[in-house]
Design a protein. Sequence first.
Lengths: 257, 317
Amino acid sequence: MARNPSIIETKQLNVFYGTTRVISDVDMDVETHRITAIIGPSGSGKSTLLRCFNRMNDLIPSFHMTGSVLFGGQDLYDASVDPTEIRYQIGMVFQRPNPFPKSIFDNVAFGPRVNGFKGDLNGLVEDSIRRAALWDEVKDRLRESALSLSGGQQQRLCIARALAVQPQIILMDEPCSALDPISTQSIEELMRELSNEYSIVIVTHNMQQAARVSDYTAFLNPGEDKISELIEFGETRQIFTNPTDERTEAYITGRFG
Amino acid sequence: MVRHQSALESSFSDAYAAANAASRWKRYLPERIIKVVLFLCAIVSIFTTIGIVSVLIFEAALFFQEVSIFEFLTSTKWTPLFASKHFGILPLLTGTLLTSIGAMFVALPLGLMSAIYLSEYAPETARQIVKPVLEILAGIPTVVYGYFALLFVTPILRAISDDISVFNGLSASIVMGIMILPMVSSLSEDAMRSVPRSLREGAYALGSTKLEVSTRVVIPAALSGIVAAFILATSRAIGETMIVTIAAGQNPNFTFNPFVPIETMTAYIVQVSLGDTPTGTLEFKTIFAVGLSLFVITLAMNLLSQFIVRRFREVYE
């Protein structure tokens, strides 16, 4: 597989909550226009790592980190960086669908509005919903509450909402864990499609999902000291067929986790 | 093996049956008694309400046999204690409205902003200090607030403007606003804190600032609770007695001028019940007519608040 340029690079990333170190020394590259999966057992810090990529961890008072996260070459944690400026360049989709209790249209228009979008808002909203493969289902009910949608539709709406701020990369934190298999399948198809234009990082506890959708896989695992480290990172096919580390092999063959 | 097990089971159930028969009364009698006791406790408040309302209606009915409802609701003079008697509730109503609306002008912005601060901005340590201090305000006796208005706030206001009388609606409004502030902020904050964290994260992830998250996501999602808090605080202000009696005066003026002495419905009831008006007279019955009006207003406010909470409740998920 031809290597694309990196969009996110972490260098010696260590994460602490208070004085407890939870992730140690992660070095990984996220390539543009690829899907990178982060897998690992519960409590291995997958979500924490993902949230370092758009500074969502800043909302937790006890969080601090060392090392660096580069986004397009720029250090995200540099003192001159305003986290709100960063977050709208990086889309995020959460574990449970979290549409705002507003209309479908207002949900998608939320990001552009807070970021001062001047232009064809209707067009942008329609385009974003189309990209999220939701348009045909909601085009006649844009003024209805987003909460009237099914769980799978809500999650695609959240993806449309993230796309509306025209991010370069989308972070997905177990986006299918609250969905049924059919909705999961439609989200996975959507991810494959989106990867033509966006870079995607997905955290999943579902190894089959990682194997199905991702190009690259990162395996995080807590050691004896409960501090998680990046055990192995490489092309998904290689990780799942020919892992170099025996812990990876043990995890993907279902011997633990 | 199987047979053995079932034999064991049946001997257990025999033992249970025997134990049950012996202790049934011991266990279930207290259960029945407590049920009755709890029910009686619950209906005390219902009977009290029914009692108060029926006294109000009965006495007010006697009043309205002598004074027409039309005069009561439309006349702009309230002089039941004077030789030339007029029974128009409007001056008392404007007094109550003036002080209540004035109090809301103080309590709404301050209360909402402290709620936003406590719920969205305050670090945990600041919250642990500010919230109890704010709630101390709710524990101050209203008579203390009344003299605070008359002896502290009014002199300051009079130093600013000569037009302000010793007794005036403005001073009472300001202090009453401070009194209901904790109620507004505490109930609004509860509503805002119950907005799920996931909604805030969704908004932050789209590049919202803290202010945008507060005003565009948290407040709309908590709106029904906030409105209910405002309405409950308004009914509290309408029913508040001590502050307005002490600081706003005893002059039923048909006016919305906050600088002159006025009289609220509650202050009038105090004036008559503490005065030397003989019971059973028409003058005395006026307080039941006024009391009934007050009851109708606060009841309407509470029903409105319940309606708003039901109607505008935003379901988060």
